[in-house]
Design a protein around this ligand. Sequence first.
Ligand SMILES: Nc1ncnc2c1ncn2[C@@H]1O[C@H](COP(=O)(O)OP(=O)(O)OP(=O)(O)O)[C@@H](O)[C@H]1O
Length: 609
Amino acid sequence: MFRILESLNPKQRDAVTTPAQYTQIVAGPGTGKTTTLAAKILYVQTELGVGTDNILGISFSRSAKSQLLKKLEEFTGIIGYGGKPTILTFHSLAYRIIKFGIRYNESRFRNGFERVATEQFIELDPALIKGLCNEYADRDIVNIALAKAYNLIRQGNLTNSPIKDWHSIPEDEVYHIKTYEQGRIRIEARDLITYWKRINKIEKIKNVTDFQGLISEASHLLTLKQQTYETISKSYSYIFVDEYQDTSLAQEELLFSLISSTNSVTVVGDKNQTIYTFNGSNHKNMDRFVSKCKEIAPLSTHEIRLTRNYRSTEEIIKVANEFIGEKTIEPAEECSGITPEVVETHSMTLAAEYVATKIKELVKDPAFTLSDICILYRKNSEFSPQADEVYKQLDKLSLRYNVFQNQDKTESLIDQVLKIRMEYEDEPLNEVIEKLQVIDEDFAELINFIKECMNQGAYDTDDLSEYIVELEEEDADLITETDSLSVKTVHDAKGLEYPIVFILYLGDREFPHSSRPNIDEEKRLLYVGLTRAQKQLYVLGQKGIEFEGFLDNCITSTTKHVLYHSSKDEEKNKGFSVEDKAIIDETTKQLEEDEKKRKEELRKLMDLF
Ligand SMILES: Nc1ncnc2c1ncn2[C@@H]1O[C@H](COP(=O)(O)OP(=O)(O)OP(=O)(O)O)[C@@H](O)[C@H]1O
């Protein structure tokens, strides 16, 4: 352990070795959050003699979990001992708690209970939204809006704390729920109450719940302070929570219901990297953690700030700090590098063309391979026109890239896992793998998944249930091939780092996204993107017509401002007389102004709804 402690800086070491019962590590990007957390988990095992069974790690997603496990593996490889503790997401932890609740007859669910997405409750009862929000003819949108309101209110985002049952909804309240397709939908409290009651009925009859239902039920079981609480709370004497800034109020409540006076808790987070508020995350949890813990153990609550960034060059750090408007990180050592480029282009197509051409040039240098490069875009969706444009340009130049496997593929893996759970009920997983290997079918992905679960302590097919929850949480999985570049959303790149990063496309409605963006969240998102780059950074887009000029704000004294309007010289206004050019410029200006007016009117119109 000494060797690992020696490799850390004094603040990181303090975070690892502090005897405080409650610790909050506030750390900017690239300052070693994952590194410090992994070191602390190992320290607790090796120096304090705590068994892996008594340690619980809570991660935000399966990919965050695998990064932490990778770091732990790296460290255990160095010191030659130490094991992998249980690392769950909040949802799979909730599933585990409910399983105990069922065993002790404390839960409202029964064995074999299932999860559905909130919008899918309607498939179990087609009359679910009948008579609700009648002023809207599009019933699919009403279903989506009600599901969203139902989730937000239970997560605590429509009020100041999570609402646990429909009795607590104030009857005269009206909620305005933003939908992507139809702007805001007005939902009266009585409609939401009816919706909630109907869902309760479906849950009871069909023995199902949704993801937020898992969190609410688990919290409820712990607050009963009966056997479920005793078992869970006693098993995990050391609890570590990664990405704490992205927890919802309901998840915060779950964590605090789990803690007794004897557990030690460490949370790690960075408020500037909160990028899931649309999904309920609430960075105020970071402010509250220390004050709440001080109430429980005033003398044993410790807060540590990590600011030394080991990831990026000084120039990249400067762009990130200036963009977010705070000096949150500083270079760990002097490491000046290549000047970041801010590339101004008229269109997404040109931006993608610039990126592809630049990459072709960059990989001529034997120091770089394609896998050192990542292209980031804003839209959090599988079918993004931005990504499509990038793929098209990469294809033109025959550049290999990794793609996300589609949702169907993830679903088929879930189906396979569910099937083997039924077919080989309660059988040990190593025997199941042996049986799968002799069947003449391609089970490679399934076997990998089972091995991943076994690594995490799963023993038989029944143990797979909580890991299925994690699969269901994922949007899509990346198929990673060697020597291919990555194209992903900023959300998917969270926690990762690449020597060369391209970000596109900063400009009206693209990034910041949508007609009425949450500017603070969009800012944090771009900050996450900028801080993924280690050596080279390229930011592409156009100057802001509306809202904040994100591209302008990336231009600093250490960036190079490039104008890229066409790859072909002959197209750069050649062939036009000076008079023609003046007319073209005037018309373009007029068109831009008309478009601006049109957007403004559209927005006013949407506000009316
Ligand atoms: N004390 C250290 N000395 C040298 N390198 C370090 C140190 N701490 C962390 N690093 C390196 O810095 C990089 C970033 O570390 P890590 O991924 O742990 O940061 P992070 O804070 O989790 O990042 P993010 O906020 O982006 O998730 C990694 O390459 C890691 O190996």
